[in-house]
Design a protein around this ligand. Structure first.
Ligand code: S3P
Length: 429
């Protein structure tokens, strides 16, 4: 739980590749574990979150061996999962806890899943409600927070569910539950969220009255296969923004995910005047990926439309730092979901920006401020709130400050990118 002092940077230059995207990695581990046979996952995420998913399947009897970034999964299939000796630890990972509910509810034995202090405060009713509608027997406290116990249920069934919140985790939990039934389960989504579950499982999607209807059934049950996971676009966004903001910088990021449900932050940064070029788009396991070339740029703030909110939700803390260094007003609304992430990311960003002496307005669903304000506190200690994306976003602010800055409990970055500081070091040599 130590603070990290970060020194200012004058420029970054070079080429980077990122370990596999966290969201795609979680799903590849889940699908490889459910399938009977051997699957090899290359360029797996090195994040602690994905380790939580791997360890849960190990506890269910799956043989998963990791060598560097390659994970070899040997599974006897879902039907032969064994009863775990203890409770299942989801760590800090909301994706693990929520997606697993579609799977754990279909097991013939009881399981309990728990999480760390931060995850234990995050809302789980959003998956409890639909999975109970699917017939699940779930024991949980009144507040609907972890731990949750799944009891075997003889009455699980397919269902149709319209998402009340735009959430890829809830969508995926229900669609995963649908894999265990011959009848089709349908999830109705009115705002597009990341679609890795649909893509990797080849799910049918129909557009009806402007809403996506996504179907899963036993026909889509995963079979063993090999995966190559494109680099993590969310981890790369911090570096893209840093290259834009530092003078004389040029950065090439190779083999990074370019799934269109994840690239709205890139488009927004281009609209802000960012010199960002996407090159050589390719496809692996149905997922688009390619290379991104970024050069230093002067930025101006632009309107952030509601429709892209689910697409940029993980990038907002980093985008706020871009906004702080850009001309004009940065205004964010329609982002109340940020209050229930690994920390209350609205409060976290606002408090840290105010800590620099900036004038910031906070709303229930966002915040606004004028870019390029004078910074009056030149030796700040930023609070990470034990949240990896807050720690990395305010690292960017630290690298831009005349005397650098300190970040509290910096270790939390391992949740998504343990290599963050090594990568910065390589690029700033
Ligand atoms: C994720 C979905 C998003 C995102 C999270 C990862 C996923 O959460 O913020 O980091 O892998 O499905 P929500 O589904 O809560 O929006």
């Amino acid at each position: 739980m130590s603070n990290q002092k970060l020194s200012p940077l004058s420029r970054i230059q070079g080429t980077l590749t990122f370990e596999g995207d966290k969201s795609i990695s979680h799903r590849a581990v889940m699908f490889a574990s459910l399938a009977e046979g051997t699957s090899v996952i290359e360029n797996l995420s090195v994040s602690h979150d994905v380790q939580s998913t791997i360890n849960i399947f190990r506890a269910l009897g799956v043989d998963a061996k990791q060598q560097g970034n390659t994970l070899t999964v040997k599974s006897n299939g879902f039907k032969n999962f064994s009863e775990p000796k203890g409770q299942l630890d989801s760590g800090n990972s909301g994706t693990t806890a929520r997606l697993m509910s579609g799977i754990l509810s279909h097991l013939p034995f009881q399981t309990t899943i728990f999480g760390d202090a931060s995850l234990s405060m995050r809302p789980m009713k959003r998956v409890i409600n639909p999975i109970r509608e699917m017939g699940a027997i779930i024991e949980v406290n009144e507040a609907g927070t972890l731990p949750m116990t799944y009891k075997p249920s003889a009455s699980m069934h397919a269902m149709t569910y319209e998402l009340p919140v735009p959430s890829a985790q809830v969508k995926s939990a229900v669609l995963l539950g649908g894999l265990f039934h011959d009848e089709k389960t349908c999830v109705i989504e009115s705002e597009q969220t990341r679609n890795h579950t649909e893509i990797l499982l080849n799910l049918e999607t129909l557009l009806v009255d402007g809403k996506a209807h996504i179907f899963s059934s036993s026909k889509n049950f995963p079979v063993s296969q090999n995966y190559f996971i494109p680099g993590d676009i969310s981890s790369s966004t911090f570096f893209i923004i840093l290259a834009l903001l530092l003078k004389d910088s040029e950065l090439l990021i190779k083999n990074v995910s370019l799934n269109p449900t994840r690239t709205a932050a890139l488009t927004l940064l281009q609209q802000m005047g960012g010199d960002i070029t996407v090159q050589d788009v390719r496809i692996s396991s149905n997922e688009q990926y390619g290379d991104i070339l970024v050069k230093s740029s002067s930025l101006h703030n632009v309107e952030i439309p509601k429709s892209i909110m689910p697409n940029i939700i993980d990038e907002i803390p980093a985008l706020a730092i871009a906004g702080m260094m850009a001309e004009g007003e940065f205004k964010l609304n329609n982002a109340a979901e940020l209050r229930v992430k690994e920390s209350d990311r609205i409060a976290a960003v606002v408090t840290n920006l105010k800590h620099l002496g900036l004038h910031v307005d906070e709303y229930q669903d966002g915040f606004s401020f004028t870019g390029k304000q004078d910074i009056t506190n030149t030796a700040p200690v930023f609070e990470s709130y034990d949240d990896h994306r807050i720690a990395m976003a305010f690292s960017l602010a630290a690298f831009l400050m005349k005397d650098g800055a300190e970040i509290t409990n910096f270790d939390c970055i391992r949740i998504s990118n343990p290599n963050f500081l090594n990568q910065i070091k390589e690029l700033s040599k």
